[in-house]
Design a protein around this ligand. Structure first.
Ligand code: GTP
Ligand code: MG
Length: 353
């Protein structure tokens, strides 16, 4: 019999709790005390105009177990961490009518940001992932993959550390096993890590290398054009022999920020510390005013121009996403209050079924 605590569940009442290991349109793969089961959402909970959280991979859910067919998911339990993105990236704000939150994974301890050491290496992309990873509530870790293609990667490691201050960075190779031993500390029993990164960086290959078997499929890509083939099509949680869990995800084409203002404070701690210094004018916009502390830091080389530019761009995007997130929350609360009022009326016999 499976003990759901081994899957990272911390609650006391373990009855009828399952963990979602994969999501396929309307069907959910889960593990519970009965083993691996399939589930569907209970309609009256999730589809009646309520704002119930739809489960995602990694979620703990309450179920009504059904030994004959699909079990019913009756509640998504509160999340200890979640990685959300929006559909905002790459579009002019004015043209995006509805900004939506997409929860990619939930209840993980580590966010592994994978970036390949091939020609596609981009510190700017790492910055964006790091901001969202900090916001998730879990510990970010950077992995520079395919180290066998770039045995001398000191420069890239330095660039990654610069792009994400305070985030540990490692170079690894799934092909040769280089650097994998260093990761053992993260893969302890009951811990969950989510793998994120563009298509083709080697997320599934790393999972297979750590598992010691071909669990996820991998398709060859041509390293010279570096484009991934979107091989993984759904998110999957698997358990390693050590009892640690990994959520493999499909490579994302776009990565819009979702309510990431707090994440930016950590992701750009170097920029934030410069901003703490007083400028000559209290209302300095850090553009071209005299006596500006940001200007002094960029001129002295302490802060790079690119770093400042990405900070400003991401900050603007995060502010926009924050507003949308707040608006959505308000809307959900409004619907919740209507649903509650309806229920009360029903209880008091004022409404018929
Ligand atoms: N040289 C080298 N190639 C690697 C390594 N890891 C993965 N690859 C290659 O990179 C390509 C993509 O690997 P995947 O593991 O499918 O990448 P992914 O990140 O899961 O991609 P998606 O599922 O599309 O998001 C394949 O051709 C792998 O053989 C590595 O350590 N070294
Ligand atoms: Mg994959």
């Amino acid at each position: 019999m499976i003990d759901i605590s081994d899957y990272g569940y911390n609650g006391v009442d373990k009855e009828n709790i399952a963990r979602v290991t994969a999501v396929h349109k309307e069907r959910y793969e889960m593990v519970c005390s009965h083993g691996e089961v399939f589930g569907r959402l209970k309609g009256s909970v999730y589809y009646s105009g309520s704002s119930a959280m739809y489960p995602t991979t990694g979620d703990f859910v309450k179920i009504q177990f059904n030994g004959q067919g699909d079990s019913l998911i009756t509640q998504t339990l509160p999340r200890s961490s979640k990685f959300s993105r929006s559909n905002l990236a790459g579009h002019a704000e004015a043209y995006v009518k509805t900004v939506q939150e997409q929860v990619v994974a939930a209840n993980f301890d580590y966010v592994f940001i994978l970036a390949s050491l091939n020609r596609d290496f981009s510190p700017r992309r790492i910055e964006r992932y790091a901001a969202l990873a900090w916001q998730s509530g879990a510990q970010p870790v950077i992995l520079l993959t395919k180290a066998d293609l770039k045995p001398d990667h000191t420069e890239e490691l330095g660039a990654a550390e610069h792009a994400a201050p305070g985030v540990p960075a490692y170079a690894v190779s799934s092909r040769t096993g280089y650097g994998l031993k260093e990761l053992d500390r993260y893969f302890a029993a009951r811990k969950t890590a989510v793998f994120l990164g563009s298509s083709g960086v080697g997320k599934s290959s790393l999972l297979n290398a750590l598992a010691g078997e071909q669990i996820m499929s991998v398709k060859e890509i041509r390293e010279d054009d570096s484009r991934g083939r979107h091989t993984t099509t759904h998110r999957q949680l698997i358990m390693l022999k050590s009892g640690a869990m990994i959520i493999d995800t499909p490579g994302m084409r776009e990565l819009g920020l979702w309510a990431a203002s707090e994440g930016l404070v950590n992701a750009f701690s170097d920029v934030e510390s410069v901003l703490l210094r007083p400028c000559r004018f209290n209302d300095c916009r850090h553009e071209s005013e005299p006596g500006c502390s940001v200007k002094a830091a960029t001129e002295s080389g302490e802060l790079s121009r690119e770093r400042w530019d990405s900070y400003m761009a991401l900050k603007r995007e995060a502010r926009f996403a924050d507003d949308k997130a707040a608006a959505l929350k308000e809307k959900n609360e409004f619907f919740k209050s209507i649903a509650k009022a309806g229920k009360e009326k029903k209880k008091n016999g004022m409404l018929r079924e």
